[in-house]
Design a protein around this ligand. Structure first.
Ligand code: HPA
Ligand code: ZN
Length: 350
């Protein structure tokens, strides 16, 4: 399946990819050399001395959250490795390069439109001005549209494990750059951080005309209640999309609300199978799709998920959910329907 010509040629839309989660070992090593920043990984701050050691550290990610060192000093949690990469992004050129590298790969996979997430709080708290981040991304988006035939709009995520009081100032700091930002999301560690904590900022964003989405990752604590809050309450009357939200498949009433409100789900199967059985994962994806819920398939944090990009995620669901080629086309039609591109672009996408 890995050379499936139909999947390769399919014009694609990617709606769930964290730009900071696309930092490959090559790029991480390059940035560390460029800035003279020594690389370290994990809570034990183990030094990494080569691109190969970075690659190995990525391979040794165990679990998403919390202490992984029980499995040995050379294992790191996802969030340790993910946020560790932030420190290398120092200047506008770095944000530009990170985004261009993703857009180039997207073009190779025939992704024609995408809505990458970014986590500004992870940068502004290191003293990086908002302007530096946004100028880099904007320049990358312009180049991708002009030279690579990849269109993009950005989604700013609020870090739910940061203090709630930081959310509104972050939102307000973003407003001068809203020409490239289409939506507001909620990500990072969701343990005991329900979406309801962030009602105020999402209500404001809705009133200001932004689209709304929130992570409800697979099999997290209180996931059904988190999904309920997102579909019924976030920003007043519920969000436009959920990132993941796959546990809705366990609850008919959640599925019904999602279908009635036409809420889209952005699923990233390559992440789920790292922590859950294939049966648990693919039966739910099938069930949601067959129920007519608008799911779309994406990569999430491809550099940290064994280099599985959206193309591989599609190979995987084709094989494991038994999706026919016309069903794969339907997945892209779902993405067209739930994406936040201009109507002209949506009409022209085929
Ligand atoms: N989950 C939650 N937050 C994130 C992730 C993720 O996979 N990637 C980047 N931020
Ligand atoms: Zn995500």
């Amino acid at each position: 399946l890995s050379n499936d010509k139909f999947v390769q040629g399919l014009p694609k839309i990617e709606l769930h990819v964290h730009i900071e989660g696309t930092m490959t070992p090559e790029l991480r090593w390059y940035l560390s050399q460029r800035h003279g920043i020594p690389l370290r990984a994990g809570s034990d701050q183990i030094p990494l001395f080569s691109e190969e050691e970075v690659r190995q550290a990525y391979k040794n990610i165990r679990g998403r959250i919390g202490a992984a060192s029980a499995e040995g000093r050379k294992c790191f949690t996802f969030f340790e490795i993910y946020y560790g990469g932030f420190d290398l992004l120092q200047c506008e050129e770095d944000f530009f390069l990170l985004a261009v590298c993703y857009f180039e790969r997207a073009a190779d996979m025939n992704v024609r439109y995408c809505e990458p997430f970014f986590d500004p709080q992870g940068h502004t708290r290191r003293g990086i001005p908002f302007e530096v981040i946004m100028k880099g991304f904007k320049r990358a988006s312009e180049l991708a549209e002009r030279k690579l035939n990849v269109k993009s709009k950005w989604i700013m995520c609020i870090l739910r494990d940061s203090p709630v009081e930081d959310a509104m100032p972050t939102y307000e700091a973003m407003l001068p750059y809203r020409d490239v930002i289409v939506g507001i999301g909620l990500d990072s560690d969701e343990l005991d951080r329900p979406p309801s904590l962030f009602h105020e900022v999402f209500k404001r964003a809705r009133d200001d005309g932004f689209k709304i989405t929130s992570h409800c990752d697979f099999n997290q604590k209180n996931t059904h209640e988190h999904i309920r809050q997102v579909v019924e309450e976030l920003s007043g009357n519920g969000a436009d999309r959920i990132d993941h939200g796959m546990n809705a498949a366990d609850r008919p009433e959640l599925m019904e609300t999602i279908r009635e409100k036409d809420i889209g789900l952005t699923l990233s199967p390559c992440g789920y199978v790292r922590h859950s059985s294939e049966e648990e994962v693919f039966s739910r994806i099938r069930k949601l799709f067959d129920a007519g819920i608008k799911i779309t398939i994406a990569s999430d944090d491809p550099a940290y998920m064994e280099d599985n990009w959206v193309l591989h995620a599609l190979y995987l669901v084709k094989e494991k959910c038994n999706f026919s080629n016309s069903e794969l086309v339907q997945l892209q039609k779902n993405a067209v329907s739930i994406c936040w591109a201009d109507e002209d672009f949506k009409d022209s996408f085929s």
